[in-house]
Structure formats: structure tokens, C-alpha cells
Design a protein around this ligand. Sequence first.
Ligand code: GDP
Ligand code: IMO
Ligand code: MG
Length: 422
Amino acid sequence: MAVTAVVGAQWGDEGKGRVIDYLAQQANMVIRFQGGDNAGHTVVNDFGIFRLHLIPSGIFNSETQNIIGTGTVVNPDSLLREMAEVEKAGIRLDNLWLSERANIVMPYHVQLDGLQESARGGSAIGTTKRGIGPAYADKAARWGVRLGDLRHPEWLRERLEQVVPRKSVQLERYGEPPLRVDDVYAQCMDWRARLGHRIIDAVPMTREAVEAGRQVLLEGQLGVMRDLDWGIYPYVTSSNPTAAYSGAGAGIPAAYITRIVGVVKAYSTCVGAGPFPVELLDETGNKLREVGDEYGATTGRPRRVGWFDGVAIDYAAWLNGFTDLAITKMDVLDKMPELKICIGYRLGNEVLTRMPDTAELEMATPVYETWPGWMQPTTGCRSWDELPAAAQRYLLRIQELAGVRISWVSVGPERDEMFEVE
Ligand code: GDP
Ligand code: IMO
Ligand code: MG
């Protein structure tokens, strides 16, 4: 069970950061395998409260190597700011590494993200405006600049001579001034001075750990419903949060990944546009948002909130091949007298139990079953047996819908407010 992928099973913000911080206590290595600083992974532990965007959530364990992997896109300014915050809390960063093959999110990507969102008008995706889409688009179109390029100034200069004029053309179409190669180069040289010693060929270190059978965690960003291929396209991110990509993004052969943990919030939330059939636009939704403190860790936007979606969990479990589930935020439901679980989508005269694509999902309405709440605190529970009977029944229903064993339950944001299900 040496290599474990830990991924979001819903629309993101399931609590991946807290689950990885918990599991990383036993891990030798944590690798972020996709996404960029659009992620907001909250970790609450003895060192403080952190909202990590790029730094892997294993950073609080000095023995754990943390790699920002090849499949990510890295905004160096954002990373440097985050490193300063973490260091201020007394965390040493000797164990933080960046894959030389990861693409850089350049300032012009951030600029273009904002401009493209405005141009979409009423059909905006609601991105985090971190430049993620434009950076992955350049990567795929082979106009990207990679972290490793910073280590080779001549090569970098040649790349920039090719890339920057094209970006200027793109910006000028939006009425923005052109870029100067010299300025971009100088910016890159500054990043080289500050980050160069951490930029490595991550393959030898990763391979050595995997071949020695050490515990390696692959940290995902977002969740399957925003996956570029399998999510609610076009209201998706520009990478693949599903576990199948974890090996590619981290540089580990798929066959070595023997455990796939789906992080599942006990209800649903999502940030940004797109169909979200279980959404609650009433007082119950407001209550869940306030009790669950459902505000975006990256943008501060209020999250859209809804009942648990059993169709989405079945879809997530299949596509990811979950071996285990980690359920988070059970305590947020403690004061709900009644709970609903979506078990199908009504579409015309049909009730679907499979996840339809976006155009159909837009028209779907949820079919619910109702479960009694437990109306007592769960935060103090540290074992399955200590959970109220109604909470156990609710979890067993989720387990049944997913067809995957619940191996951990989280009942609060602190590191020790989580337990393993024996
Ligand atoms: P991530 O992006 O998947 O890492 O999740 P976020 O950090 O964006 O959002 C999860 C939020 O829920 C954070 O504020 C966590 O501190 C908080 N959280 C995680 N697990 C629990 C839990 O079991 N109970 C409560 N009350 N909060 C939790
Ligand atoms: P974590 O890792 C929740 C959403 C945005 C938008 C869509 C595309 O903390 O779960 P992007 O900036 O990626 O181009 O935006 O994806 N989104 C997230 N929603 N949690 C995140 O990260 C997100 N990262 C992006 O709101 O709908
Ligand atoms: Mg988040």
C-alpha cells in the first residue's frame, strides 16, 4: 500500500488538505500532481491555520519530502508569498522541491484569465482568476515556459523570444499594452535566484522512494466534477483532478498506485458557475454555509451549498476507482433535524442514476430520500462506535451509494478531529 492518491470526490473543497495533513504523519513523500494556486487546501494543526495553494499539505512533517509535481502549473510569485507565510509560522522548508518539468504560470496568464472571463460575459466560468486555464492552454499548445528553463538562461532567453511576442499579440487584442522580452526575462532571473535551488529533476527522488516501498501520497486538487474531461465542461478547470492522472502528474507508473482515497464532504458545495442540481437556495442552504464556514479558501467567495449527491459519488467512485473514502465535516450536520440524499436526477419522464453530461444536467432536478438527523454533537467522537446511530446510518447509506468502504471520518478541522474506521 505504498503509493496512495488522495483526491476530491465532488466539486472541490472536500477537505483534501486536512486529510493529507493527517495521513502525511506516516508518509515519506507528498507530491501535488495537478492544478496550481487555484487550490486552497486548509490545514489546521499545532502550527496554526494554513490555506495552502501550492505547497503540498505534508509540509508540516520535517521528515516528509514535498514535491510540487510535473503536472502542476506554478506561479512563482504566489509560491514565494506562501513560503514566506509558512516560514513565519516556524516551518522549515528544507523539504520542499519543484519539478523542473512543471510549467510556470506567468503574469500574462493571470492577466489573460481575467480578460477572458470578462469576454465570456454571462457565460463566465467563475474561475479563480489565477491564470490556470491560460497556463495549461500554453502548455498543451507548446508555448509554455517551464521551471527547469529558469536553470538554463540561454535556453530560457530563446524560449521567451518565441513566446512573448505571441502573448503580446493576444493581449493587444484585448486592448492591453505589449510585453517586453527583457522585462519577462528579468522577472524569470529573479525567480531563478530565489527558487533555483529547489528546482530538481524529481524522477530520481520519486523513483527511489517508490522502489524502496516508502509511503508516498499523491495530492490532488479540486474534484471530479470540475475535471477537464469528466466534469461539467466548460465549467471545469484545465487539468484532471481524477486519480488516473495522479501517476502521470507525479511521475509514478500507474501500477504502483495501490490505494485511492476519495475525500468526501458529508454534503455538497461548489464554487463557480455550472449546473449543481442539489443546490439549496433557501434557509437550510444558508444554515449549512454558515455552520460549515463555506467560503472559498482562495477567493473568499461564498460557496454554493447543497444536499449530498449520491449520483455524483457513484460517478466519482467509478471514475477514480476509490479503494477508501474519507468523510469530512460530519459535525456540520449535527444540528440538522432532517437530511436529504439525492439518489437520482429527474429528466423529463426519466429518472437517471448515471451522471449525464452538462447540457442534460442543466435540466435535471434531484430525486431525494430523507434521513433523520442526529441532533447531537459528533466533534468529540473518535471511533465509529461513538457516533450517534443516525449518523452511522447516514454514513452507511453514503458507503452503499459509493460502493466503497469508509475508512476515515472527520468531525472537526483540527488534525486530531479525525479517526480511522476499524
Ligand atoms: P480542500 O480544498 O479539499 O483541501 O478543502 P478546503 O480547505 O478548501 O475546505 C475544507 C474546509 O473545511 C476547511 O476550512 C477545513 O478546515 C474545514 N474542515 C475540514 N474537515 C472538517 C471537519 O471535519 N469539520 C469541520 N467543521 N471543518 C472541516
Ligand atoms: P481545491 O483544490 C473549489 C473552480 C472555480 C471554477 C473552476 C475553474 O481547493 O478544491 P480555475 O481557476 O481552475 O480555472 O477555475 O474551478 N475551482 C475550485 N473550486 N476548490 C478549488 O480548489 C478550485 N479550483 C478551481 O471556482 O468554477
Ligand atoms: Mg479548497
